[in-house]
Design a protein around this ligand. Structure first.
Ligand code: FES
Length: 105
């Protein structure tokens, strides 16, 4: 599925992401900047914060309790905040836009 990463300045990077890959992995593998991912994807560092868009709410499984807890630690969380390592791409996610915060800290 094609996923578009949008950085804080509005620059878009379109990436064809294999099914089962996390948004964090997809960003890393394609040199998309804006994600630190210090813990390597175990959901414990909150430095892979991203925002989905409102039209995708309900089409992607909501954050579980531990992800929600971690999202309270990011700077500028919103209802659309996610940890990008906890969102796995499936073929229903074609066209998803992932917005990256100005900073992870
Ligand atoms: Fe650490 Fe996602 S990479 S919480």
């Amino acid at each position: 599925p094609e996923i578009t990463f949008v950085d804080f300045a509005g620059n878009e990077t379109k990436v064809d992401v294999p099914i089962g890959t996390s948004l964090m992995q997809a960003a890393m593998e394609n040199m998309v900047e804006g994600i630190e991912a210090e813990c390597g994807g175990s959901g414990s560092c909150a430095t892979c914060h991203c925002y989905l868009t409102a039209d995708w709410q309900g089409k992607i499984a909501a954050p579980d309790t531990s992800e929600s807890d971690m999202l309270e630690m990011v700077s500028e969380p919103t209802d659309l905040s996610r940890l990008s390592c906890q969102v796995l791409v499936s073929d229903e996610h074609h066209g998803l836009q992932v917005h990256l915060p100005e900073s992870q800290y």
